[in-house]
Design a protein. Structure first.
Length: 601
């Protein structure tokens, strides 16, 4: 993702590291005092890590510089770059948190402390095995997510840390490479995408593909390389033609070819069952203009010059993505029948697309964020809401993947407001996204003027109108995952809370019925429900039953605990049987066999 090869400055360890050149490279827009702080942080980190090397053999300090360099390229503030240089000091060296606080202040020290806590999480380090218990991983990931919600800079440092780790993954064993690459693809890259940091996302995805499917990676890379000159010539001719017509129209624009990303090509090949030659975004052009109105003028010129491909136009300006990405996307049939993808955006849109949330991390006087920053990360607030809910760790992670990292759908209210929901969201999810009261009173929905079922899956650009009753209430069917009424954790939480506040006695009876029905279905008789409740961390059986009825706990979680209990009981019986079955001498000297009366042999 960096704008120049790290080898230019010796960050990759192949050439001597040039501190002065690196500091000069990141100095743009930074004051002398900020640069002095960054230099001091480098000196502290260099001494602290003096005897340490990475698995690849390079000095450890170069890893710290590489992480700081990625964040500097994202134009992050001085505290973040400083903390990146120091991010491994208080765990791996003699440097203490108090030392950092005294020399660099509270902001830097707090960032380093938060990053250190995340560094202990399974999966965020390259030198640790997977935990034996999945719930431990889930709990630690939950802590990471909540830390991110408190200060997004923490996770930006970890994203930069992971990016450099992925660049140097070749030094690890194949098993560890695949494990780290898989987690990168499933959790880390989607997180970068949600934060809108496209350059980090693309690099992480490409590197993950390299280790998870090296054959496909090298095939696509070779295909891109073998026709590189031909493709560049084609794109240059396309760009020249477009520039000439834009100039005739009096539109000042930057027009250039767009970088190709192996993972996106691989994904389209696999999802659409296409051959490499039929993937059109291997030829892509980006147009950047000054004014919003010019975006649509450029679009008109592009569609006049070349025939557009039906179904390949997206207006992300009118309907921005959830990470606030805005751009016009179209695909046209160029000369020789070759398809070219064209992206059109303003300079501000291009800046946000490049740097994402990092582009808005600027402090104003008084320590406040740049205006509008909170809106850019509004989705983080829902993560903070989860902290108040009684979710177990695995549920939390499932919700994080579903509500935050999943693909998005953008729909409209009757007033034209855009709502950002996870793909698969329904009218009920839409209703609860507007207001809890709207959700509770929802009894039907219209999509683009047509009545739909409440488990209808919404699609991009649809306008949704909720049909309400005056005194409505949710139904338990909405919580049934097999019926597909809800997708979002917000809707599930609000519905569960409503049932939680209803008649406690009814919930106890309902919960017992649900549990007994499940036990009967699994043919598990004679279960001690009191003990099961205690294993589920409930002091009273009635509270356990009520929690089941309210869907505070999933039946699957209850069955998992019951299964563990049965296994433990089975093991205990087996051990006890072995102990009791050990042959012992009778008083007469014969061997006595237990369980067969007084039979002697």
């Amino acid at each position: 993702m960096v704008s120049r090869a790290t080898s230019d400055l010796g960050i990759d360890g192949k050439h001597p590291f040039d501190l002065e050149r690196w500091l000069a490279h990141i100095a743009s827009g930074r004051s002398d005092s900020e640069m002095a702080t960054i230099r001091s942080a480098y000196e502290v980190a260099k001494v602290a890590h003096a005897t340490q090397t990475r698995a690849s053999g390079i000095p450890y300090i170069l890893h710290c510089v590489a992480v700081a360099d990625i964040l500097a390229d994202l134009r992050m503030d001085c505290s973040t770059v400083t903390a990146a240089l120091l991010h491994d000091t208080i765990e791996d060296t003699e440097v203490t948190l108090d030392d950092l606080r005294e020399q660099f202040g509270d902001d830097v020290a707090t960032l380093v402390e938060s990053v250190t806590k995340m560094r202990r999480l399974p999966g965020w380090r390259n030198d640790e095995p997977l935990p034996d218990k999945q719930h431990l991983y889930a709990e630690n990931l939950r802590k990471m997510v909540l830390a991110m919600a408190e200060d997004v800079r923490v996770v930006l440092i970890k994203l930069a840390d992971r990016t450099h780790n992925m660049r140097t993954l070749g030094a690890l064993s194949e098993e560890r490479r695949k494990r780290i690459a898989r987690e990168t693809l499933e959790i880390v890259a989607p997180l970068a995408n949600r934060l809108g940091i496209w350059q980090v996302k693309w690099e992480l995805e490409d590197l993950a593909l390299k280790y998870l499917d090296p054959e496909s990676y090298h095939y696509i890379a070779s295909k891109l390389d073998e026709r590189r000159i031909e493709r560049l010539e084609y794109i240059n001719n396309f760009v020249t033609t477009l520039k000439d017509h834009l100039a005739q129209a009096g539109i000042k624009a930057m027009v250039k070819g767009r970088p190709k990303h192996l993972y996106s090509i691989w994904r389209k090949m696999t999802q659409k069952q296409l051959e490499f030659e039929n993937i059109f975004d291997v030829r892509a052009v980006r147009v950047v203009v000054d004014e919003l109105s010019e975006c649509y003028s450029v679009l008109g010129i592009v569609h006049t010059l070349w025939s557009y491909v039906p179904g390949e136009f997206d207006d992300y300006i009118a309907t921005p993505k959830g990470n606030n990405y805005r751009s016009l996307h179209t695909a046209v049939m160029g000369s020789e029948g070759k398809i070219v993808e064209v992206q059109i955006r303003t300079q501000d849109m291009d800046h946000h697309a490049e740097y994402g949330v990092a582009a808005h991390w600027r402090y104003k006087e008084g320590g406040k964020f740049e205006e509008g920053f909170n809106e850019k990360v509004a989705w983080l607030r829902q993560v903070l809401e989860w902290k108040e809910e009684t979710l177990d760790a695995s549920e939390f992670v499932d919700q994080f993947k579903s509500d935050v990292l999943s693909d998005r759908v953008y729909v409209l209210t009757p007033e034209g407001k855009i709502l950002d929901l996870p793909q698969g969201a329904t009218p009920i999810d839409f209703a609860y996204a507007i207001h809890t009261g709207v959700g509770h009173s929802c009894r039907g929905a219209e999509v683009n003027g047509r009545i739909v079922t409440l488990n209808y899956q919404l699609k991009n650009g649809e306008q949704v109108k909720i049909l309400k009753v005056k005194s409505g209430a949710p139904t338990r069917d909405w919580l049934n995952p097999h019926l597909g009424y809800i997708k979002t954790s917000r809707a599930r939480s609000r519905i569960s809370q409503w049932f939680k506040h209803q008649d406690f006695d009814k919930n106890v009876v309902e919960g017992r019925k649900l549990l007994e029905r499940e036990l009967a279905r699994l043919n598990v008789g004679g279960t001690n429900l009191e003990k099961l409740a205690k294993r589920m961390k409930f002091d009273k059986l009635d509270h356990f039953m009520a929690a089941i009825a309210r869907s505070d706990i999933k039946m699957g979680s209850v069955m998992n605990v019951l299964q563990e209990s049965l296994h433990e009981h089975s093991d205990s019986l087996r051990d006890n049987f072995k102990q009791q079955s050990a042959p012992r001498k009778s008083s007469s000297g014969d061997v006595l066999i237990h369980g067969v009366g007084d039979l002697l042999t």
